[in-house]
Design a protein around this ligand. Structure first.
Ligand SMILES: Nc1ncnc2c1ncn2[C@@H]1O[C@H](COP(=O)(O)OP(=O)(O)OP(=O)(O)O)[C@@H](O)[C@H]1O
Ligand SMILES: [Mg+2]
Length: 438
């Protein structure tokens, strides 16, 4: 613990973990003015810039790796951000925060949340970044309602999550768009929020990313786009935005942001899975009663051993199980990798034995909201049961309507070991037969 004095218009750079209490004076932090007696925290791995608005005295407690220092504020973006964000009429708006990785999207989202709270609004928040989700677990888009000041989105209580199967939007973007617009409606009509702020992913530069963002604006009925610009990463997006939306606000990115590399991000996600799933227990579930929506095993036509042998002979692959839906069949066989073979009019998707082990799955309610993430351990083809690791505390089994397969395989330590893109291939084969419900 340490008492520090800060003069008016001086800037502090605070690296978490840190806890600050104002003894005297006034500090501006993330859209909020903290006065005597108020306190706020900075989480581990994050950096927050504070500006003293008067002669101030603060009480600082730093955790390991925590750091606080006075910095030259000349290049700081605090004032520019505050001025620009203050022009937005928050009530009845839907605001999307856009920009590349590490430019400050989560920080700007936090500022907008605080500004709304300060006005006494009920602020809906959607974290639309399945890779680094701060409201819900990785692989989801998640929603919350804020009624208090926050310094980080993880302080919000997760109210609704939608599982989007993976953390890489480019493979599931249509599904992510549906999920975000669904959460917008949920917040508007079931939680009666006054305004909604959407934090987005950092995929902005590629043509498909631009398309994705424009579709988001259209489908989620977004009224304001806030674009954080660093270099020329968002040039294409900005060009397109001028036609797509009336209110675009461009913000500079902070000069000294902490950059996280791919490994940092992966480790953070893995901590996200283990924090969510541990301690865990095993759930045995009948797939006949609670089907896998994107691979509805045991609901099709199961081949008997005679036909299975015939197929085995024509494919020259040892096959353990085959099930057919119209022109598509799924077989479990002695293959190294997923493959599709055609036999007559039927496309057979062949999955390796143990293909299911470690796949991230979602237990969902009848409205496709996430009840719990899980890790698929084993499917028993003779009984039609699956064993899934779920959080020990999960007690909503009654509400489980179905299971959805994800596209990430984790090992026993919840490390991501494979992206199983073939789940998409199976889904599109089955959709072509109109047998998947949405
Ligand atoms: N004004 C600032 N000056 C310095 N660092 C900042 C500032 N604002 C935020 N940061 C830090 O920069 C990092 C990136 O900010 P933030 O997480 O808001 O960006 P992001 O665009 O959401 O990143 P991601 O792509 O990981 O989602 C964080 O560690 C944050 O604490
Ligand atoms: Mg972020």
């Amino acid at each position: 613990m340490e008492i520090q004095s800060v003069g008016p218009n001086e800037f502090l750079s605070i690296d978490g973990p840190a806890s600050i209490r104002i003894i005297d004076g006034k500090l501006y932090v993330l859209g909020v003015e903290y006065g005597p007696g108020n306190s706020f925290t900075v989480m581990r791995g994050r950096r927050i810039i504070a500006k003293s608005l008067s002669e101030s005295k603060i009480d600082v407690v730093l955790g390991p790796e925590g750091k606080i220092e006075k910095i030259d504020g000349t290049n700081e973006v605090i004032d520019a951000w505050d001025n620009a964000l203050s022009t937005i009429q928050l009530r009845n708006s839907i605001i999307a925060v856009l920009g590349a990785m590490d430019v400050g999207k989560t920080t700007v989202t936090t500022i907008l949340v605080n500004k709304g709270v300060k006005e006494g609004l009920k602020v809906g928040v959607i974290d639309g970044d399945p890779g680094q989700n701060d409201v819900g677990p990785p692989t989801t888009v998640s929603a919350s309602v804020a009624t208090n000041f926050i310094t980080h989105l993880t302080q919000l209580r997760n109210l609704r999550s939608i599982f989007v199967k993976t953390t890489s939007i480019e493979y599931v973007w249509d599904y992510v768009l549906n999920a975000i617009s669904k959460l917008v409606n949920e917040l508007k009509y079931n939680y009666n929020v006054d305004t909604i702020v959407i934090n987005t992913d950092g995929w902005v530069s590629e043509p498909d990313a631009v398309k994705f963002k424009l579709e988001m604006i259209r489908r989620a009925n977004i009224s304001h786009a806030i674009v954080i610009r660093r270099g020329d990463e968002v040039n294409e997006l900005l060009k397109e935005l001028t036609n797509a939306i009336k209110n675009t606000i461009i913000l500079p990115s902070p000069p000294n942001a902490r950059i996280r590399d791919r490994d940092d991000r992966k480790i953070r996600r893995e901590m996200g899975y283990s924090k969510y799933l541990m301690p865990s227990r095993e759930l045995s579930i009948s797939l006949r009663e609670k089907p896998i929506v994107n691979l509805p095993l045991f609901n099709g036509l199961r081949y008997d051993s005679y036909i299975t042998k015939l197929i085995q002979r024509s494919l020259n692959i040892s096959i353990h199980y085959v099930e057919q839906w119209g022109g598509v069949a799924v077989a479990i066989g002695n293959v190294k990798e997923f493959q599709v073979k055609n036999l007559g009019d039927v496309s057979i998707a062949i999955l390796p034995i143990n293909w299911e082990r470690g796949l991230l799955v979602a237990l969902e309610d009848k409205n496709n909201y996430l009840l719990s993430l899980g890790v698929l351990q084993k499917i028993y083809y003779n009984t039609g049961k699956a064993v899934i690791s779920i959080p020990k505390s999960f007690n909503n089994e009654d509400l489980v309507d179905h299971i959805r397969l994800g596209m990430i395989r984790v090992n026993d330590n919840y490390e991501e070991v494979e992206k199983t893109l073939y789940i998409n291939k199976i889904e599109s084969l089955l959709s072509s037969q109109n047998i998947l419900r949405r």
